[in-house]
Design a protein around this ligand. Structure first.
Ligand code: SF4
Length: 250
């Protein structure tokens, strides 16, 4: 229907243009509709014995290009953000882990909609984008944190009525992990309300054993335990940790 409407709307002007541009008998001269939104990109016109007969052919039946889309394309081609370049490289070359601070800053400073658009492109390229991974998060040590994050009810600096608890024992943690797996989780995350893990050798070793056990169940394991020392990060990796949700390491 849209095609027929385009023919009906633009055919008279195309005939006039073809004839006035010197179309003669069987000359097969070409004319093109100049309307941006018209799908008719070329018209083969033959004019036998003074009576115009027109054959139309549609080179492209793509969706008509709106003036707004044309303007947007022109504007976007004038500026290429670091997010755009990084996304194109990631899709072409795969992930990398040797980013400099300057490169990260440049991507961070890219226009927000570029970040959204190109971030989504990379995500769709790298993952089954209609799938969601089910992850279970367990607080293995709640409350009593010495840090003063003002949004966090676990900070001991504010009266939030959250009671400080000790690190959960092995039974409680492994039972929770088993239940999570039975419920369909493929990742288990353990969070502890600590500013950092310095001076917590016993607790840290206990967590290393939790990581090993849960990894042995066939699940991915992640942790958030506050700031880590480099050596502790390496120990967690050796134990089988698949991701760390950091505040940093010291
Ligand atoms: S370091 Fe973590 S647990 Fe502690 S107050 Fe901040 S957000 Fe809460």
């Amino acid at each position: 229907m849209a095609m027929r409407r385009a023919v009906r709307q633009h055919l008279p002007s195309l005939i006039r243009r073809a004839v006035s541009s010197g179309g003669t008998a069987n000359s097969g001269s070409l004319a093109a509709c100049r309307s941006v939104s018209c799908a008719m990109r070329s018209v083969s016109t033959s004019v036998p014995s003074g009576e115009p007969s027109v054959e139309t052919s549609f080179v492209s039946q793509a969706t008509p290009v709106s003036p707004f889309a044309a303007a947007a394309a022109a504007a976007s081609s004038a500026y290429t953000s670091p997010a755009t370049v990084a996304a194109e490289n990631a899709i072409r070359d795969g992930p990398r882990n040797d980013w400099s601070r300057e490169e990260i800053q440049a991507i961070y400073d890219s226009p927000l909609l570029d970040l959204l658009f190109y971030g989504a492109q990379v995500h769709r390229h790298s993952h089954k984008f209609r799938e969601v991974q089910q992850c279970t998060l367990l607080s293995i040590k709640t409350g009593g944190c010495s840090e003063d994050c003002s949004y966090c009810p676990q900070s001991s600096r504010y009266n939030t009525e959250v009671k400080a608890q000790k690190l959960l024992g092995e039974d409680a943690v492994l039972t929770a992990a088993k239940k999570a797996k039975e419920a369909g989780s493929t990742r288990f995350c353990m969070g502890a309300a600590w500013r950092d893990t310095v001076g917590r050798k016993t607790n840290f070793n206990q967590i290393l054993s939790y990581v090993k056990e849960i990894r042995g169940m066939g699940m991915e394991v992640c942790c958030t335990l506050g700031m880590l020392e480099k050596k502790q990060a390496e120990q967690l990796k050796e134990a089988g940790l698949t991701a760390y949700n950091p505040q940093g390491y010291i």
